[in-house]
Design a protein around this ligand. Structure first.
Ligand SMILES: Cc1cc2nc3c(=O)[nH]c(=O)nc-3n(C[C@H](O)[C@H](O)[C@H](O)COP(=O)(O)OP(=O)(O)OC[C@H]3O[C@@H](n4cnc5c(N)ncnc54)[C@H](O)[C@@H]3O)c2cc1C
Length: 431
């Protein structure tokens, strides 16, 4: 598949307030003339499109609806504040090292959009392509990663299979000779890396706002009005908003919000936790995933080590996790990097994951006219933020999916066309 060109689309936003000139001008005014990054508009009674959920996906959808499709009247309604959901809770990893033919082009398009994002939205999101390294610990794992790397390269994605010595040169701090989990090598995607997650929410919010999108915080959707098989309005804690089209981008709350329109989704919600250590000097140069347990780690620009692992085993809508999972993740971390045991852990938090039954997302129309769905991101939707918004905007505006999200259909679970990236079947705990 030939990907669209990200750079030809990367036009300047209408309001270029952040530049060296504006910084100098502000310094002469004592920094008193900055305006809020986005407005706080009152909800209007009617819009062309209402997006439910002001996370990364909802905000990027609104931005691309305005920018790529010229839709003038858009609202994003968020029950809490911008950045309060998973977009501000994730471990910031971006990559396109997928295996399945449906996933590779989609996530590669997302990575290309990340590469042009800061110029596009005129916002420093600290995109850092420091490389993502997946470790292997056995011959069988090496074969599986070689296959993945080949699939990536066949699709024009960067991938390098490293042997043990090459990994040792890259990250000497790892425990290479662990008797149970010796490191044999790794698959490196040099263009993968990290992005500052809350800057993504703020940057997209600012860029959407500057194109006229109303971002309405503290506005929970409590009902969806369906008349003659068509969704016509959302009922909210701040009044009823009519819309020609309604897009749901509610991540961990997708099932609850879709149920307001009578839809039952193939999704379970589970909590995923993240952890941050005290700040230290540079120790971990890239993003590293442990092949012998569910553990991954990177280091923030402030010096804290950021890591995570499995989802909690039970279903939950609470944004906090359990202590057994903390112990499990720490054990994985110390197996891979023994020196972690000397560090103090500063913080941990949780977010609600919308686990689909095959581990792949849904970006599609629903059986209800005028109602569209972006959901099922499992533990990996942050890296998808630009492409998910871009494809969801296309699907809403054109009433048909883009080629890049054509496989992410809602009816695939009934039709049997699953996108089983992990080969794990319908087991959310293994996705
Ligand atoms: C600990 C953790 C680590 C992760 N690490 C990574 C990673 O490294 N890389 C990666 O790619 N992905 C990662 N993810 C997953 C990623 O964060 C999510 O898949 C992605 O952010 C989901 O999309 P979103 O940003 O739109 O979600 P959210 O930010 O959760 O947005 C959904 C919004 O909908 C709002 N909402 C819900 N119900 C309603 C309602 N009734 N009315 C109005 N608004 C409503 C919520 O308040 C929320 O703000 C991680 C997630 C967690 C929790």
């Amino acid at each position: 598949m030939v990907l669209p060109s990200s750079h030809s689309r990367a036009g300047a936003v209408a309001d270029l307030r952040y530049s060296i000139l504006s910084l100098v001008a502000q310094s002469f005014r004592g920094n008193t003339a900055w305006r809020p990054v986005w407005r706080e508009p009152e909800p209007k009674p009617a819009y062309d499109v209402v997006i439910v959920g002001g996370g990364g996906h909802g905000l990027s959808t609104a931005y691309y609806l305005a920018k790529e499709h010229g839709i003038g009247s858009i609202a994003v309604v968020e029950k809490s504040w911008i950045g309060s959901g998973n977009v501000g809770r994730n471990t910031t990893v971006i990559r396109s090292n997928y295996l399945d033919h449906a996933n590779i082009p989609f996530y590669e398009w997302s990575l290309k959009l990340w590469e042009g994002l800061e110029q596009d939205i005129n916002y420093n999101a600290m995109v850092s392509q420091r490389g993502v390294l997946m470790l292997y610990h056995s011959d069988a794992q090496r074969d599986a990663l070689a296959r993945r790397g080949n699939a990536m390269r066949l699709n024009g994605v960067d991938a390098e299979l490293l042997d043990r010595d090459a990994v040792r040169r890259l990250v000497p701090i790892l425990d290479f000779d662990n008797a149970r989990f010796p490191i044999h090598g790794g698959l490196l995607q040099p263009r993968g890396g990290t992005v500052r997650h809350d800057a993504v929410a703020w940057g997209y919010a600012r860029a959407a706002d500057s194109r006229g999108v109303d971002i309405i915080q503290n506005c929970e959707v409590t009902g969806i009005t369906v008349e003659n098989g068509r969704a016509v309005a959302v009922e909210t804690t701040r009044g009823k908003l009519h819309a020609r089209k309604i897009g749901l981008a509610c991540a961990g709350n997708s099932s609850r919000v879709a149920a307001l329109a009578g839809l039952r989704l193939p999704i379970e919600s589970h909590v995923l936790q993240a952890y941050v250590s005290e700040g230290i000097k540079p120790l971990v140069p890239n993003v590293i995933t442990f092949g012998a347990g569910h553990f991954y780690i990177s280091q923030s620009d402030k010096g804290g080590l950021i890591f995570g692992g499995d989802i909690d085993g039970y279903n939950s809508y609470a944004q906090r996790g359990s202590t057994p999972m903390i112990e499990d993740v720490m054990e994985g971390g110390v197996s891979l990097i023994p020196t972690l045991s000397r560090l103090r852990m500063l913080r941990s938090w949780g977010g609600i994951m919308d686990m689909s039954m095959d581990g792949s997302p849904i970006i599609d129309k629903t059986p209800i006219e005028g109602l569209y769905l972006n959901a099922g991101w499992c533990i990996g939707g942050f890296k998808a933020t630009p492409a998910a918004g871009w494809c969801f905007a296309h699907t809403i505006a054109r009433d048909a999916p883009h080629e890049l999200n054509a496989a992410f259909r809602l009816d695939r679970f009934a039709a049997g066309h699953l996108i089983d990236e992990r080969g794990a079947g319908a087991q959310p705990n293994l996705q």
